[in-house]
Design a protein around this ligand. Sequence first.
Ligand code: KG4
Length: 336
Amino acid sequence: MLILAVESSCDETAVAVEEDGRRVLADKIASQADMHAVYGGVVPEIASRKHVEVISQLAEAALKEAGVSRRDLDAVAVTYAPGLIGAVLVGVNFAKSVAYALGLPLIPVHHVRGHIAANYIAFPELEPPFLALAISGGNTLIVDVKTYTDMEVIGATRDDAAGECFDKAARVLGLPYPGGAPMDALAKRGTAGTYDLPRAHVSGSAFDMSFSGLKTAVVNLAHNAAQAGKELDKASLALDFTNAVSEMLVPRAVAAAEKCGRDTIAAAGGVAANSIIRADLQRACAQHGLQLFVPPLSLCGDNAAMIGCQGYYEYLAGHRAETDLNAYATRDIALG
Ligand code: KG4
């Protein structure tokens, strides 16, 4: 089954051609990150307008790279939630038009379900059930993936997403947007234990997380140093910050896997590209006898192949949208 998949939930326009859930024939991505870097973060209206400009050409390029024609397609899958609403609407409307014009089924895909499905592309042997740690710029979720389409949220951030926290901390350290990768590189030159940063616990909830206090601590350190005319040890702050984020994520993911009776953890999302978090996950999973899957860096960030992959399983489960499909800025992953 050939699926044309569309993703436009943030600042990457992406179109992929994907076969039977696991084989990627083409995966085209037009990133706008450079445009938003000027402003230090994503400007929603600019993101929407850039999606509008490139999405059709990107679809043509994906079909060409895949070596298939429009008539070969069997379905269209699209991210319809969550994301920047204007940005998501562009992809939804484009996918709807393609499905309508070609008379194809339209499959709505939850963006974070797509991130988790990136693992199916990288690891053909991976099948549910497993525990997913989905950590991206807009979402931080611990999810029990019971089947390809039956999911339960075990824990979630109560405020900022982990990636958002990386981006804000990077900004006060003078690093470019998006800040996750530069923080990762900077942390390699740091000395652990230089800065004492908070690790939040959400009272009454073992698996929920909070990152806003950590973000504020880094902002305050930077401002206080600037006011006192002192130099910050930026590399050590990047390292201590990343260790704090990792300590909030990794033990919870392991404990959640054990609570749900899962023997496998799959990481997903842009923050899963972080070298310290990847190493901590590997160590913790080895200690607890858990199998770990972490997608290659190319599949951690936003892409449309992951949407096509999850779209295939949504299709098999009978999930379809009609031409009145709408876009949503937020949506529970359990609802699909
Ligand atoms: O999954 P993604 O591309 O977009 C969303 O769906 O949100 O994630 C983007 C986020 C950004 O916050 C970016 O700074 C972060 O992933 N990121 C990283 C790294 N690479 C990207 N965070 C930490 N370490 C990295 N190496």
